[in-house]
Design a protein around this ligand. Structure first.
Ligand code: ATP
Ligand code: MG
Ligand code: MG
Length: 554
C-alpha cells in the first residue's frame, strides 16, 4: 500500500512502526464521557479508532471518561455501549476512568511530595484574575509556597470530606508565566460532594480531565490517544503530567489530534442535543430527527451506511461542515440494496375500475426487490377499488406528465394497464374519485403479449378493501440553517425548523401487517420507511427514513 492511501494518523503510526514500535505495542481507545448519547460526530471517532484496531489487529478499549458525577449517568453508559455495538464494533475491554481514582490520588500525593502540586484555597474568581492573558503572564497564588506537609494534610482533608465545595483545589505547580495558558498551574482536583454512578460516595474529590486522560491512557498502555483538535493546546499538559509518572520500561502514550466533524442542518454537541431534549423540541435522545446514533437507528439508518459515510469523509486536520445529503446518499445506497419493495399510498385518491368484476379479490405476484433476487416474491391483492396518490392524477396535463390523465393510460405496478375515463369532484371542485377501465390482457408477468405493452408511466397503488391505514411520520431538517450554532448574535435554537415533523395517515398493502419494529422497506416511488417503536397491534407507525431522491439540494 502506498502512503497516499493512508490518512495522516495512519502515517504517524506507520512511522512509529518504522522507528521502533512493534505491532503488538499498538493499542487504541474510544473515550466517551457518559453525559449524553453518542452522535454522528462520535461515529467518526468510533470508526477511526476501531478502524485502526481492525487495520493493525490491535485492541481498542471502550473507556468511559467519568470524572464529573454532576453530569454522568448509568443510562448514558448503557446507551453508549449499545450504540457502539450496533455500529458493528467490538471493544477489547470496558474501562472507566473512575477505576483509576485511587491510582490517580496516589500519584497526586507523590506530586505534592515532589513539590509539584499544591492546595490553593482561593475562590475561582481570584484564581481567574491571576491566570493572566495570552499576552500577559499570570501571578502566583499566595498559597503556591505552602509546605509539603500542609499540602498533604489539606489534600487528605479534602478527600475525607472535611471541606465544602469550592473551598480548595489541588493545582499542579508548573509556571504562571507559561506562554500556554493551560500550563499556568492547572487544577488537578476539585471538591464535589456528589454521588458517582459507579464509585457512589467513595470520593468527594474528583480529578480534572487533563490530569485523568493521559494517565488513564498510560495505565491502559494506549499507544495513540486520538482526540479532536480543541485538545491540541492540551498536548503539552498531557505530556507534562505523563512526565511525572512515566517509567521508561513502559510504553508512553502519544496524543494526536484530528478535526471534529460537523454535519449540516444540525448540531453535534451533547450539551446542545440535551437542550433539545430538555426543552421538548424533540421527543427524546432517540427522536428520529436527532443526529444521535439512537435517533438515526430509529429513523431507519443502517450501521453500514453510517460506517460508509464515516469512511468516505475520512479524517481531516481542519474542522469542517459535511453536508447531510452525503450521509443520506449512503443511507439510500445501502437501503436500495437491502430493502424489499412494497406499496403504500400517502395521499390517497380513489380509483374505481368500472369494467373490473365485482367480487373476490385477485392476488398478483410482486417481486420483492429488483436488486436482490433472494428476497423472492409476495402476493398483493387487486380489486375494483384502489387508492393511488393524489399527485398521480390530473384531468389535463402536458406530454411530460407521465402519470394518469383523462383519456391517458398508465400501468399499475405488478398489475394492469388502466385508462382514466372520467372523474368526480366534490362541491369545492376537488377531485374525489377517478373512473377508469382496465385492459384485462395487460396483466404484468402473464404469457399474453399484451402484458409487455409499453405505456409511459407506472404507478403504485393499494386495494381499498385490503389497505392498512397507518400512521406515517415524515421528517424534514431539524434546523433551517446549515450551520445553526455558528451564526453571529444568534442562538442555535433560533433556527429550529417548525415543520420538521409531519404526521399523516397513509394506506399500505396488507403484507405489511406482518412487519416488526425496526423492519425497513422501500415504499415504491415514495422513499424508504421503517417501522417505528411506537407501532402497536392496532396501528402500524412508519418513519420515512429518507426519500428516494435528494429533494433538498435544489
Ligand atoms: P460533545 O461536545 O458532543 O460532548 P465531546 O468531545 O465532549 O463532544 P466525548 O464524549 O468526550 O464528547 O467524545 C468522545 C470522543 O469522541 C472524543 O475523542 C471526541 O474527541 C470524539 N468526538 C466528539 N465529537 C466529535 C465530532 N463532532 N467529530 C469527531 N470526533 C468527535
Ligand atoms: Mg470530552
Ligand atoms: Mg463534552
Amino acid at each position: 500500500e502506498t502512503s497516499k492511501s493512508l490518512n495522516f494518523i495512519e502515517q504517524i503510526i506507520e512511522e512509529d512502526l518504522e522507528n521502533g514500535y512493534s505491532k503488538s505495542d499498538l493499542r487504541f481507545r474510544f473515550p466517551p464521557e457518559p453525559n449524553g448519547y453518542l452522535h454522528i460526530g462520535h461515529a467518526s471517532s468510533i470508526c477511526l479508532n476501531f478502524g485502526l484496531g481492525l487495520r493493525y489487529q490491535s485492541p481498542v478499549n471502550l473507556r468511559f471518561d467519568d470524572t464529573n458525577p454532576a453530569k454522568e449517568e448509568q443510562e448514558f453508559v448503557d446507551a453508549i455501549k449499545k450504540d457502539v455495538s450496533w455500529l458493528g464494533f467490538e471493544w477489547d475491554t470496558e474501562r472507566y476512568a473512575s477505576d483509576y481514582f485511587q491510582q490517580l490520588y496516589d500519584w497526586a500525593v507523590q506530586l505534592i511530595k515532589d513539590g509539584k502540586a499544591y492546595v490553593d484555597s482561593q475562590t475561582s474568581e481570584e484564581m481567574a484574575v491571576q491566570k493572566g492573558t495570552p499576552t500577559q503572564p499570570g501571578t502566583n497564588s499566595p498559597f503556591r509556597n505552602r509546605s509539603v506537609a500542609e499540602n498533604l494534610s489539606l489534600f487528605e482533608e479534602m478527600k475525607s470530606g472535611a471541606h465544602k465545595e469550592g473551598s480548595h483545589v489541588l493545582r499542579a505547580k508548573i509556571d504562571m508565566a507559561h506562554t500556554n495558558m493551560l500550563m499556568r498551574d492547572p487544577i488537578m482536583y476539585r471538591i464535589l460532594h456528589r454521588a458517582h454512578h459507579r464509585t457512589n460516595t467513595d470520593w468527594c474529590i474528583y480529578p480534572m480531565y487533563d490530569w485523568t486522560h493521559g494517565e488513564s491512557d498510560y495505565i491502559e498502555q494506549v499507544s495513540h490517544s486520538l482526540c479532536t483538535l480543541e485538545f491540541l493546546p492540551h498536548r503539552e499538559l498531557y505530556d507534562w503530567f505523563l512526565d511525572q509518572v512515566y517509567d521508561p520500561k513502559m510504553l508512553r502514550p502519544k496524543q494526536r489530534e484530528f478535526a471534529r466533524r460537523n454535519l449540516s442542518h444540525t448540531v453535534v454537541s451533547k450539551r446542545k442535543l440535551a437542550q433539545l431534549v430538555a426543552e421538548k423540541v424533540v421527543t427524546g435522545w432517540d427522536d428520529p430527527r436527532m443526529p444521535t446514533i439512537s435517533g438515526m437507528r430509529r429513523r431507519g439508518y443502517t450501521p453500514e451506511s453510517i460506517r460508509n459515510f464515516a469512511d468516505t469523509i475520512g479524517i481531516a486536520k481542519r474542522d469542517n461542515l459535511i453536508d447531510v445529503s452525503l450521509l443520506e446518499f449512503h443511507v439510500r445506497e445501502d437501503l436500495n440494496r437491502t430493502t424489499p419493495r412494497v406499496m403504500g399510498v400517502l395521499d390517497p385518491l380513489k380509483v374505481v375500475i368500472t369494467n373490473y368484476p365485482e367480487g373476490p379479490e385477485e392476488w398478483l405476484e410482486a417481486e420483492n426487490s429488483p436488486e436482490d433476487e433472494s428476497l423472492g416474491f409476495r402476493q398483493v391483492p387487486f380489486s375494483r377499488e384502489l387508492y393511488i396518490e393524489k399527485d398521480d392524477f390530473k384531468e389535463e396535463a402536458n406530454k411530460k406528465f407521465f402519470r394518469l390523465k383523462l383519456g391517458g393510460e398508465v400501468r399499475l405496478k405488478n398489475a394492469y394497464i388502466i385508462k382514466a375515463e372520467s372523474c368526480t369532484k366534490d362541491t369545492d371542485g376537488n377531485i374525489v374519485e377517478v373512473q377508469c377501465t382496465y385492459d384485462p390482457k395487460s396483466k404484468s408477468g402473464s404469457a399474453n403479449p399484451e402484458s409487455l405493452r409499453k405505456v409511459k408511466g407506472t404507478l403504485h397503488w393499494v386495494s381499498i378493501p385490503h389497505a392498512v391505514p397507518s400512521e406515517i411520520r415524515l421528517y424534514d431538517r431539524l434546523f433551517t440553517h446549515e450551520s445553526p450554532d455558528t451564526q453571529k448574535d444568534k442562538d442555535f435554537m433560533d433556527f429550529i425548523n417548525p415543520n420538521s415533523l409531519e404526521v399523516i395517515t397513509g394506506f399500505v398493502e396488507p403484507s405489511l401487517k406482518e412487519a416488526k419494529i425496526g423492519d425497513r422497506f422501500q415504499f415504491q416511488r415514495m422513499g424508504y420507511f421503517c417501522v417505528d417503536k411506537d407501532s402497536t397491534e392496532e396501528e402500524l407507525v412508519f418513519n420515512r427514513t429518507v426519500g428516494l431522491r435528494d429533494s433538498w439540494a435544489k
